[in-house]
Design a protein around this ligand. Structure first.
Ligand code: RM4
Ligand code: MN
Ligand code: MN
Length: 397
């Protein structure tokens, strides 16, 4: 592969690579044992947008901000005007709308799969409200993570809860406008530790299919058991045209929400490879909605976000170096080691100079982390927000 070819491969990949950042990634978060306060953490939606705007200014790759309805639009549709204004001011659009069905007291025994018809109805109202918020903001995805499940065998009916979940997802799908996509996220455990109603990609896919054509599956790196072959799940969902979104993070043990690529960058490379292979065999297929879903409890919020975006770009660029035609020929010939070396070789290329060149060509700082440091932004917001952050840690985000 010539350096020129590498350059155009990387540039083409990065041109279409946009990654959404989550509003909650800028707020104080913690563990189930406590929340940690940072002077620079965002304390309100205005500050979350300001931070997102800064990340986008530095990286040019994060045009949208995911919003959590309960945390960011506590008054529902009434808050849409504020969000629109902030989007205009910061140049960052509202991204996926994330309903919150896991925090209210009523949801102790579940939301859309709660045995109480009244509570299920309340949860559906929130889902439909979230769809309406998405319409009002012109946002493309409504992203559902349903925390429902149970802690003890026999304490809940797995079977009846399937029907309740499906019904709620159908009703939510019915409310969608033509341009909206409903993403169904799965997770095997936590907060429930015996069974979770949407525990894996099979269940998510079945629910999405049952809900309707605008429902797709959302894969989150941290939502699998140890050693699950996530890229194979991604390949299957791509084959079935059912991969709607991807939440990026890394983990050592469970849903650790650590920085992307900090533990296993090769896994992210393998996932990106499947996604780019899809682009090669079907160039008109839409990319899944990429989002960072991390919780920066110890690292500075801004630094962690910029570091993550840069890492995502580097790994995406590496995956772009795989020569699919050559790889297919070697695979067909069962030339195992050569095939593996084409694949692995791309991973080991140092693409950082090319990613830097791409940034510079777009008028962006070549090293966004260094640019963040030099800008003094974190010091500035630390000064402005210190007192507010010290005053209290009210909600999770
Ligand atoms: C969940 C899941 C969701 C995210 C929440 C905060 O584990 O990953 O996508 O919205 O955490
Ligand atoms: Mn997630
Ligand atoms: Mn998660």
């Amino acid at each position: 592969m010539s350096i020129e070819t590498n350059r155009s491969r990387v540039f083409r990949a990065l041109d279409s690579f946009a990654i959404e950042i989550p509003s909650w990634g800028f707020a104080n978060t913690g563990t189930r044992f406590g929340k940690f306060q940072q002077d620079a953490a965002a304390t309100c939606i205005e500050e979350k947008f300001a931070d997102a705007g800064e990340v986008h200014r530095l990286t040019g790759a994060t045009p949208t901000l995911a919003l959590h309805v309960l945390w960011d639009l506590p008054n529902g549709l009434a808050d849409v005007a504020t969000i629109k204004k902030l989007a205009d001011e910061t140049g960052v659009r509202a991204g996926s709308i994330n309903p919150n069905l896991f925090q209210d007291q009523e949801y102790k025994f579940g939301s859309i799969a709660n045995p109480s018809a009244e509570i299920r109805a309340k949860a559906i109202v929130h889902l439909v409200d979230s769809v309406e918020i998405g319409k009002a903001l012109g946002s493309a995805e409504v992203s559902l993570w349903i925390a429902d499940g149970s802690n003890y065998p026999g304490s809940q009916s797995i079977r009846r809860r399937i029907g309740w979940t499906q019904e709620a997802l159908k009703q939510t799908h019915n409310a969608l406008a033509p341009g909206q996509t409903m993403l169904v996220e799965y997770k095997p455990f936590e907060p429930a530790f015996y069974h979770t109603d949407i525990a894996d990609w099979g269940m998510a896919l079945e629910f999405a299919r049952g809900a309707g054509p605008q429902a797709k599956v959302l894969v989150d790196t941290g939502h699998h058991y140890q050693s699950t072959n996530i890229e194979q799940i991604v390949a299957w969902l791509l084959e079935l045209k059912a991969l709607g979104g991807f939440h990026f993070n890394d983990r050592k043990y469970a849903d650790d929400d650590l920085t992307l690529g900090s533990i296993d960058p090769y896994q992210i490379f393998r996932i990106f490879h499947e996604i780019q292979y899809q682009q090669t065999i079907q160039p008109d297929s839409a990319l899944p909605a990429f989002m960072i879903d991390q919780s920066h409890n110890m690292k500075g919020k801004m630094e962690a976000m910029v570091q993550t975006v840069a890492t995502a770009q580097e790994l995406y660029a590496k995956a772009a170096l795989v020569d699919h035609e050559r790889l297919a020929a070697l695979q067909d010939g069962c030339r195992l080691v050569e095939a593996e070396e084409v694949f692995r070789g791309a991973f080991w290329e140092d693409v950082r100079p090319l990613v830097r060149a791409w940034r510079e060509e777009h008028g962006l700082p070549g090293d966004p982390l260094a640019a963040l440091r030099a800008s003094g932004y974190v010091e500035k917001i630390s000064g402005e927000r210190k007192a507010k952050n010290a005053a209290g840690l009210s909600s999770y985000a």
